[in-house]
Design a protein around this ligand. Sequence first.
Ligand code: 13P
Ligand code: SF4
Length: 374
Amino acid sequence: MYQIPLPAKYQNLSPAEASAIIRQCRDQLGSRLVILGHHYQRDEIIEQSDFIGDSLKLSQIAAAQKDAEFIVFCGVHFMAESADILSSGDQKVLLPDMTAGCSMADMADLDQVEQCWATLREHLGDDKTVIPVTYVNSTAAIKAFCGRHDGLCCTSSNCREVLASLWGHSPDAIILFLPDQHLGRNTAYQMGVPLDAMCLWDPYESDGGLVPSVLRRSRVILWDGFCSVHQGFTVEQIARVRAEDPTVRVIVHPECPFDVVQQADASGSTGYIVKAIEDSSPGTHWRVGTEMNLVNRLKDQMAEKGIQVQSLSDCPCLCETMYRIDLNHLAWLLAMLVAYVDSAGTSPLHNQIIVPDGIKQDAVKALNRMLNIG
Ligand code: 13P
Ligand code: SF4
């Protein structure tokens, strides 16, 4: 994704200068603008956001924005794509830095998934139903693939409900779960699917590295993708924090590896983690296995309630692509929007996320099937 270099004026702004530009632009744009911020954004971006949430909440909010002409998404590329798919044709979705991608989403490309699908059809025949489910952390092309093949999306908040709904209608269906192996494995296991009824599809191996008999006995075929931030949490870290403090409560995101989720006291989406910590009693000590910006914010917010929050890891667990969205990019983007509006659409509009119509019409099916479940 190409990001034009920021004009010199925006490269060296102090936080106060950038905030002043943002304030002024917001005043000018009024209700024509809405800013959405994912929980993993920096504090200064969260302060500028009209709505804050996890992937599910933000996709619901994006779908509900019927009035705002400009939706500025402070998150990563796939989130802005979902907002574009769910918004109406005359709304524009913009990402402050086009290089804010997601390495997990990049781990499943359409050619690989089409190849996998053809192999599954060949080895499983017509007597087995395969339904593709994609975590929203995927490209619009993968969402469209799922929409075309009677599948749907899920987020880490509703993955269990999505799988339960599919198996409620088709109890024998095999799920092809894209692209995060950990969310798929952790959720299916919590629903009673044993580990030996799941297999891992390696897109770089012939036939995914799997023989037909393994595919035929699987309930879930997991794509070999992962989040580099969450995959870094380990059972050794859990053992260490428990040895240091036997009262500690460990809570992790389901993008973490299986053993980590098994040994934690609780696991759930970003929204679930925020709520569990906010609702806990004063005196609770939490160690949290998720992205650093959120953990540090919770640490500051909870200190006054006497709730202690620390990362599970001593290393910084930063989503570097989320971190690319900063005040300078936001100030530049909003100033460009003001110029665009003032010029009646003749001055350039950069960083608009446009999902082509051919992809949109299938991707929206996969997203709406998910939103209808919850
Ligand atoms: P949620 O917002 O669904 O918890 O996902 C976390 C994440 O990694 C977003 O990229
Ligand atoms: Fe992608 Fe992980 Fe960053 Fe989320 S935290 S955007 S899954 S790399």
